[in-house]
Design a protein around this ligand. Structure first.
Ligand SMILES: Cc1cc2nc3c(=O)[nH]c(=O)nc-3n(C[C@H](O)[C@H](O)[C@H](O)COP(=O)(O)OP(=O)(O)OC[C@H]3O[C@@H](n4cnc5c(N)ncnc54)[C@H](O)[C@@H]3O)c2cc1C
Length: 461
């Protein structure tokens, strides 16, 4: 079978769906192909033992109230022609960054966080105010910027190592592909999205967002095919000449937009990633989803997200062993301002994990190791939230191996390659990147990436 399209998009994650909506809206013939049976990629969902679970979504970042102008969330909705009400977002209650003997609470009103920093670190209050001004004044949308160490920039402004670690902990967990550090521009993006703006969630979780995006794509005339992987990109004269699918079909498209990742996309072209700036990332996570016999609030837990670190210094790096339980993210999807409470209590815990160790394991050791790491993570977690272990009625655990299996990302790297391709260009004139390896991370970031790469490269000609 031979078919012709204006644009073929690889991957129906957030970025591919968003790019597809834009292109189809402007009348392009767009084919969006997804290797898996379920769409959403890193932000998907599944059903297990009669329960619906989200994979990626703890929180939609960048939340601003309806009517707020000029912010990423509002720009994104305008570009996709989706109304604020359709997203059905419910704001968080309160979250925190919790270290031994220290807790900085924050909400969707930045003044709480600012006050908390001044209370916990009075000797740093003036310097923190300077940092806030620096962040406010930084133009993170300038795609021509050179990578700069955020640790170096922050180190020039703040001196307290614990405060610095308490700022890096949430920002790294929600968007750093680099060990121990972040690019300064990415630090600003994440700081604004988490602290200046905030968290929200649709009551029905990520399904609601994915359904909204895929319906909009199809309504605009786009064609979505699941269980349809790209096996290779056939290259001729510096261009992708045709696309061969896993089932052997050949598709022709003027342009290709790939959300598969840079190294993964190069391999589809028959090119091994060789340069330092082409290497895939290593940062991956494991996550447990504990279902409780009561709501977390019945146990006295009212926080939406708790970023925790139980050791003196925050280490964001690929652990030596299977996982590092000493820091992570605790999320209760119950603790959003819904009209109706969720039916069951859920506690999700994310910690850093090492892909190659998990990948080398055989069954049944793999299952036993997942449970051992789960127990070890809860031993740390209960230092910061009420002990919910006696109330767990079901648990599911996924590892970097699961992430690789369901998204195709090398090493199960959640935030992709350390070197981003901000302009989305590749070595081929009609092949572009969107999503994680282009550079914008998280749900809102990925959607903005799809939109901006569609606008920049695919709508101009
Ligand atoms: C545990 C976890 C928790 C997270 N929590 C949050 C959160 O609370 N808030 C937030 O904002 N973000 C969160 N994220 C991050 C967020 O999910 C991602 O940054 C975002 O979804 C990335 O979208 P993407 O489109 O760039 O890539 P992906 O979602 O990876 O999409 C790429 C798609 O391409 C498909 N694909 C790959 N190769 C091929 C091929 N050859 N042919 C066809 N299809 C192919 C894959 O199957 C995949 O569906 C979390 C992620 C994880 C893993």
């Amino acid at each position: 079978m031979n078919e012709d399209f204006d644009t073929l998009i690889i991957g129906a994650g957030m970025s591919g769906l968003a790019a597809g909506i834009r292109l189809a809206y402007f009348g392009q013939r767009v084919l969006l192909v997804e290797r898996h049976s379920i769409i959403g990629g890193l932000n998907s969902f599944y059903r297990l033992r009669g329960r619906d679970h989200d994979v990626g979504l703890h929180a939609v970042t960048n939340y601003v109230p309806k009517g707020t102008k000029g912010k990423p969330l509002t720009k994104l909705l305008r570009q996709l022609r989706i109304s604020w009400d359709e997203l059905d977002l419910c704001p968080q209650l309160v979250s925190s960054v919790a270290f031994p003997g220290r807790r900085l609470r924050f909400s969707n009103d930045f003044s709480l966080f600012h006050e908390e920093v001044a209370r916990e670190f009075p000797h740093q209050a003036d310097d923190f105010a300077k940092l806030v001004t620096l962040i406010r004044d930084h133009d993170e949308l300038d795609l021509s910027q050179k990578a700069t160490s955020a640790r170096a920039v922050i180190g020039d402004v703040l001196s307290d190592p614990t405060l610095i670690d308490m700022l890096f902990c949430p920002l790294c967990y929600y968007g750093s592909a680099l060990e121990h550090d972040m690019d300064w521009n990415q630090f600003v993006i994440m700081f604004k999205s988490i602290f200046f703006e905030g968290f929200a969630r649709p009551r029905r979780g990520v399904r609601h967002i994915i359904k909204l995006l895929s319906q909009r794509f199809k309504k605009n005339g786009g064609i979505l095919r699941t269980k349809c992987g790209v096996e290779r990109l056939d290259v001729k004269d510096g261009r992708v000449a045709s696309v061969t699918l896993d089932n052997g079909d050949v598709v022709n498209a003027e342009r290709i937009l790939s959300s598969a990742g840079l190294a993964e996309t190069l391999r589809l072209c028959g090119k091994e990633p060789t340069g330092d700036d082409e290497q895939p990332g290593q940062i991956s996570f494991m996550e447990s989803i504990s279902v409780l016999d009561r709501l977390p609030s019945d146990l006295g837990h009212d926080e939406t997200i708790t970023f925790f670190c139980s050791s003196d210094r925050f280490n964001y790096r690929v652990p030596e062993g299977l996982s590092d339980p000493t820091s992570g993210v605790i999320c209760s999807p119950n603790n959003y301002a819904y009209d109706e409470p969720l039916d069951e209590g859920i506690m999700r815990v994310t910690t850093q994990a090492r892909f190659d160790r998990w990948d080398a394991m055989e069954e049944p050791g793999y299952v036993a190791a997942k449970h051992a790491c789960y127990e070890a993570s809860l031993d740390e977690v209960v230092k910061f939230v009420p002990d919910f272990r006696p109330n767990v009625v079901d648990v599911d655990i996924f590892t970097p191996r699961t992430i690789k299996k369901f998204t195709g990302h090398d090493n199960g790297a959640v935030y992709g390659a350390p070197h981003k391709r901000l302009d989305g260009r590749t070595h081929l004139e009609n092949l572009f990147l969107c999503g994680t390896d282009q550079g914008f991370l998280g749900i809102v970031g990925a959607v903005l990436s799809g939109i901006s790469m569609a606008n920049l490269h695919l709508l101009k000609s």
